[in-house]
Design a protein around this ligand. Structure first.
Ligand SMILES: [Zn+2]
Length: 753
């Protein structure tokens, strides 16, 4: 979707939603122009000539197609339709990539009403245009246009205009948010915020949905109420309640409930308000946002600037947007839960059984929350791992990867300066995915899984290896960059199959960790792919340099890691999509991001047989999502329904959702039908996915008429958050994501028996 300009555009989308699908189709390097060339190359000019002429109408036509319902079966078989519509559809559907794959359950602000005044942002020292764009979830192009800027240069004190078409109706609280900041950002008074959301003491919770303006329709009222029911952050004590019952009911350990509410005994009174979750300011890390200064952060979290400086090894007063700051010194026998940490991972990394951890901390189940303090056994020595410094490493990155403060890292290693050298060994906190028990890491040598194939060129690369051919670029240079496939769909399919066979053989040779999943068939569906890259986001590395992350490339890698682990536990696994030129990829260095290659194919001869442009996977509401379902149907043919699992992998930009893994299960558009089996499955794997993860129902094409017994879409990371985009670039953390998902599946299957 092109950027909408509130001062002239006719588009009905607000800046946020146009950023969300932030791929542009205009300009000389547009996919349309490029694809015309491609198309001529493969399919002859006759079939595509009209596309060029329609290019200029792209916006209007694209929107129309995206919304049209009877264009569903436009692909290869729909020969009679004008080729213009078919081909254009592919590219506009790319623009509206999220439309069907992820239809947010929260209402999008799509009102024609516009606010009369722009929001003014006053540029502070050290801010960059890209940082500000990230913060307000608008594109840099929009910022430039609204402010008549030509380059990226902005000056301290400069006033930047930001247009929004209509005020947002609700907002999900992020860690580190305060009520005052939210009030300023959305121009709502604090008193109104308090009243609308029934807030006392101005305490808010990350993940909490705040209503920003009074409901005007019964539908809005109902939605506000539903949101409330999904997640409770506070509870008002009723007559007859006991503390332990409340703890069990809301999945908070009794000890933690006492801690949250500063209770010295278990006596409670009707009417008393109990906190059920740590507040947005209780989390142990802060991700720097535009406008943050050391003093504003220190003030917000009520810590001393000097502590902040010391903990984070800050030299001078320079902090970078996206940088992670640690806020507390971690006591030796204490673990402070971070977003995404799971109890089983902590137990494994520190060599303590989950049962023991739960016993020590008075937990009744496996659920933990960001900011929760967990006591580790006193007799346990401080458990540390050894990390060998790699080329290009720096202390900040090593610390962040191991969830440590720079101060701790320096102290433990007796470092005087922040300089580290390749080959140097450092003592670090164990990575939560480098545990000592499950799964036996020694059995999975990821390097061995880089297969070699006779007659196939293997190309080593920092973000590889690649086979057959490698991308021309060594990293994703911009949001708009992409590379076309080097050959036709059918040939790509054959390359991909050959590569996949070799990979399957390698995985076979690893043996088994367990046979828990024997008899189960699991279909893995990496989101987007082919012509549709999914979300593409800008991120800043530790030095403040821009890097870009392409959703489909990263979720494919996570899906492959899940594949390996599932196979090691005895499952049959089928992929819906395959890449012709890579398998598992490294990220060394992580700044060498995966390139947007439009070359993934459906893992089915049937869908590639025609060898036409429409054979490539594409996105959007009219995208050929049903092909994925058909691949699953084929795979599941001889499997009993209750042994079929379908997992679709995504990492979309969802500014309206919290910073966490989200599991989506199917519900019909009007919510008459909810897939309860999948809902149960989703909820049962939440604790394996870690603190902050949540599940919700959504209308999703890929889950509709899907023959699996349980089927979900996993938004593994929410790329609307800088920290998520940072993390997904790291191979270790992608592996960790995969492990958590597989742990969830294993727990689910084990609990069935
Ligand atoms: Zn996606």
């Amino acid at each position: 979707m092109p950027d909408s300009d509130p001062s002239q555009g006719s588009s009905q989308r607000d800046p946020a939603s146009s950023f969300q699908s932030g791929r542009r189709t205009e300009g000389a390097n547009s996919p349309v122009t490029q694809e015309v060339k491609r198309c001529q190359l493969y399919f002859g000019p006759a079939r595509c000539h009209s596309m060029k002429q329609d290019k200029d109408r792209s916006t209007v036509v694209g929107t129309k197609f995206a919304e049209s319902k009877n264009e569903r079966d436009l692909f290869c078989k729909a020969k009679r339709r004008p080729s213009t519509s078919r081909i254009l559809l592919l590219f506009f559907s790319v623009c509206s990539a999220l439309a069907l794959i992820v239809l947010s359950s929260t209402p999008k602000e799509c009102h024609a009403a516009r606010s009369l005044r722009p929001l003014i942002h006053i540029v502070r020292r050290g801010e960059t245009l890209s940082g500000i764009a990230l913060h307000y979830r608008v594109s840099i192009a929009q910022l430039r246009r609204w402010n008549g800027l030509h380059g990226d240069k902005i000056l301290e004190g400069q006033h930047l205009q930001l247009w929004r078409k209509s005020p947002s109706k609700s907002y999900f609280v992020r860690s580190g948010d305060t009520l005052t900041e939210i009030g300023i950002k959305f121009r709502v008074s604090i008193s109104l915020l308090r009243r609308l959301n029934d807030i006392s003491e101005d305490r808010i919770y990350a993940g909490q949905r705040l209503i920003l303006r009074p409901a005007t329709t019964p539908e809005e009222t109902r939605q506000a109420r539903t949101a409330e029911e999904n997640e409770r952050f506070e509870y008002v004590v009723k007559h007859g309640d006991t503390l332990s019952e409340i703890a069990a009911r809301f999945h908070v350990g009794l000890g933690f409930l006492r801690q949250l509410n500063s209770l010295t005994n278990d006596i409670i009174f009707p009417g008393q308000r109990l906190r059920l979750r740590p507040s947005s300011l209780d989390e142990p890390v802060h991700i720097v946002r535009p406008g943050d200064t050391l003093s504003s952060i220190a003030k917000k979290y009520r810590i001393r600037i000097s502590d902040l400086v010391e903990l984070n090894g800050i030299e001078g007063s320079r902090i970078l947007v996206g940088q992670e700051l640690r806020l507390t010194k971690r006591p030796v026998h204490m673990y402070i839960v971070e977003r995404g940490d799971a109890l089983w991972e902590i137990g494994r990394a520190y060599g303590i059984s989950v049962t023991e951890l739960k016993r020590i901390n008075g937990l009744t189940d496996d659920e933990i929350y960001p900011g929760q303090k967990l006591q580790l056994p006193i007799q346990q020595p401080e458990y540390l791992d050894t990390y060998v410094v790699k080329k290009g490493d720096y202390l900040g990155r090593i610390a962040r990867l191991h969830q440590m403060s720079i101060a701790d890292l320096k102290r433990i290693n007796g470092l005087r300066s922040s300089l580290v050298y390749p080959g140097e060994e450092l003592k670090v906190n164990p990575l939560l995915n480098k545990g000592r028990e499950w799964p036996k890491i020694s059995k999975i040598n990821w390097d061995d899984l880089a297969v070699s194939l006779r007659g196939v060129r293997k190309i080593e690369a920092g973000n590889g290896p690649y086979y057959n051919y490698s991308p021309k670029a060594t990293y994703q240079k911009s949001r708009d960059y992409y590379e076309n496939p080097s050959t036709s769909p059918l040939k790509s399919y054959r390359q991909a199959r050959r590569l996949w066979k070799a990979f399957e053989n390698e995985v076979d040779s690893l043996g088994y960790l367990s046979n828990v999943l024997r008899g189960w068939h699991i279909v893995l569906d990496p989101g987007h792919g082919g012509l549709d890259p999914g979300a593409i986001v800008e991120n800043l590395d530790g030095n403040g340099n821009k890097v870009y992350v392409v959703e489909d490339e990263y979720v494919y890698d996570i899906a492959l890691r899940v594949y390996v682990l599932l196979r090691l536990h005895g499952a049959e696994v089928t992929m819906t999509l395959l890449s012709p030129n890579h398998l598992l990829r490294h990220s060394d260095p992580p700044t060498q991001t995966f390139v947007n290659e439009k070359n993934e194919v459906y893992n089915s001869y049937e869908f590639n047989r025609r060898n036409c442009l429409q054979s490539w996977p594409s996105g959007g509401s009219n995208g050929n999502l049903s092909y994925r379902v058909r691949i699953a149907r084929n795979a599941f043919k001889k499997v009993p329904r209750n042994h079929r699992i379908f997992l679709s992998f995504h990492a979309d930009i969802e500014p309206e959702s919290p910073d966490a893994t989200v599991i989506l299960y199917y519900r019909s558009k009007k919510r008459h039908y909810i897939d309860f089996a999948s809902k149960n499955f989703a909820q049962s794997i939440l604790s394996a996915l870690g603190a902050g993860a949540y599940a919700r129902g959504q209308y999703l094409g890929v889950l509709k008429r899907n023959p699996a017994g349980v089927k979900i879409v996993l938004e593994v990371r929410n790329l609307a958050y800088t920290d998520a985009a940072w993390a997904i670039r790291f191979e270790q953390l992608r592996y960790r994501d995969a492990e958590k998902i597989v742990k969830g599946v294993l727990d689910y299957v084990r609990n069935l028996h």
